[in-house]
Design a binder for this molecule. Structure first.
Ligand SMILES: *Cc1c(COP(=O)(O)O)cnc(C)c1O
Length: 376
């Protein structure tokens, strides 16, 4: 069983991360319905985008997910320990000498270069194993993956029965899937379709979250959503996904600040009126990015205090965040109360935007000082 309470105990830390596994399951089901006839996998790299890979994959398996993508072999090992029957793909390529490790975990490498293919073929031959693996084709991202010419070569060998491992997936990755009209997106869909046709009988996969949510030509045989499982909405606009993460932190003290005084490091924000400030026990060491702080020149993130949105005031410090609660009734917030930094209508995408980044970085950056509570 997964302990529903992990991390330091509540009273030994200042912030809580409440993770709604029911929302995770319902997001997977929504994405599976977008995928229609195709299989809906789950991308759980980077500790399931920060929410905890073990509880996440157990919940996803229960919801119906059978195929999981991680970045690294040690992540595959964690998934395997939880799910003996899952198909697991390692996106980060085959590191030299790591074939026996993947075979032991029964994880499939995602092969994205000829040297990787050679090494895996040799290993499969020497050990007399089928060696199921994905072949990653580059269709314009220029990150990982075989070129078209290299892929055609491999396809010919496959057709001729001269490939010493079994391709179980042919895949590519979208560079700007959130923009269906981008010329690169159109090019990627079309050229991937051509490449996939060279591997008859091998399931094909292109869509990330953005592609899965758009459906249609993005879908192919298997979808690989990540961020949308965790409540992020790469397309913007109305979010059909449920928030999975609630980040709240304890008020340490509430103080009065005179008009004209400044708050926090660098004295970057001046109180324009007699103010009340709640100082909260969380900071950039917890992954609440310093770039989401506030100054006289730039509005920062918001917090929900006693049910109302209140702006941050001054910089985010390592362990502390100041919130301007002047607009609340004087006794609305007290020492020991919890203030919401993500959740209750504040999305990871919103916090990302306020910090000049994306929801992905906010989620995966959430630190280790939280009391973690799994619900649902
Ligand atoms: C991370 C990743 C995904 C998932 O992307 P999201 O935008 O989080 O849905 C899918 N495929 C590959 C190859 C990835 O690296």
């Amino acid at each position: 069983m997964i302990d529903p309470f992990t991390g330091p105990p509540d009273l030994e830390t200042g912030s809580r991360l409440t993770i709604d596994l029911g929302a995770l399951q319902s997001n997977w089901k929504h994405l599976a319905s977008c995928a229609g006839e195709a299989e809906c996998a789950a991308v759980v790299k980077a500790d399931a985008y920060g929410i905890g890979i073990r509880p996440a994959v157990r919940a996803l398996w229960q919801a119906g997910a059978r195929t999981f993508f991680v970045a690294l072999p040690f992540e595959a090992r964690a998934v395997r320990e939880e799910l003996p029957d899952a198909a697991i793909y390692v996106l980060g390529g085959l590191a030299p000498g790591s074939s026996p490790i993947l075979a032991e975990i029964k994880a499939h490498p995602v092969l994205g270069s000829l040297p990787e293919i050679d090494e895996w073929e040799l290993f499969a031959k020497e050990n007399g194993i089928a060696g199921e693996a994905a072949i990653h084709v580059d269709t314009g991202m220029n990150r990982l993956g075989l070129s078209f010419a290299e892929t055609q070569d491999v396809a010919k060998r496959y057709a001729g029965g001269n490939l010493a491992f079994r391709p179980s997936l042919i895949m590519s990755h979208l560079a700007c899937g959130e923009d269906a009209d981008h010329p690169l997106t159109e090019h990627q869909i079309e050229s991937f379709g051509n490449v996939a046709a060279d591997f008859p009988g091998v399931p094909a996969s292109l869509a990330n979250s953005a592609g899965t949510l758009q459906g249609g030509a993005f879908v192919f045989d298997l979808c690989r959503p990540g961020i949308a499982l965790y409540g992020g909405h790469p397309l913007g606009g109305d979010n059909p996904l449920k928030p999975v993460v609630l980040f709240d932190a304890r008020v340490i003290q509430v103080r009065e600040v005179d008009e004209g005084e400044t708050v926090g490091y660098g004295a970057t924000e001046t109180a324009r009126r007699p103010s009340r400030v709640a100082v909260v026990s969380a900071g950039y060491a917890d992954g609440f990015m310093r770039a989401a702080g506030s100054s006289d020149d730039r509005r920062g993130a918001d917090a929900i205090v006693a049910g109302k949105r209140c702006p941050l005031i001054g910089r985010v410090s390592m362990d502390l965040i100041a919130v301007d609660v002047t607009d609340l009734a004087p006794d609305a917030v007290r020492r020991g109360d919890f203030v919401t930094l993500i959740g209750d209508g504040i999305t990871i995408d919103e916090v990302g935007a306020r910090a000049n980044t994306i929801g992905y970085e906010i989620l995966t950056g959430l630190g280790s000082r939280f009391a973690r509570i799994y619900i649902g």
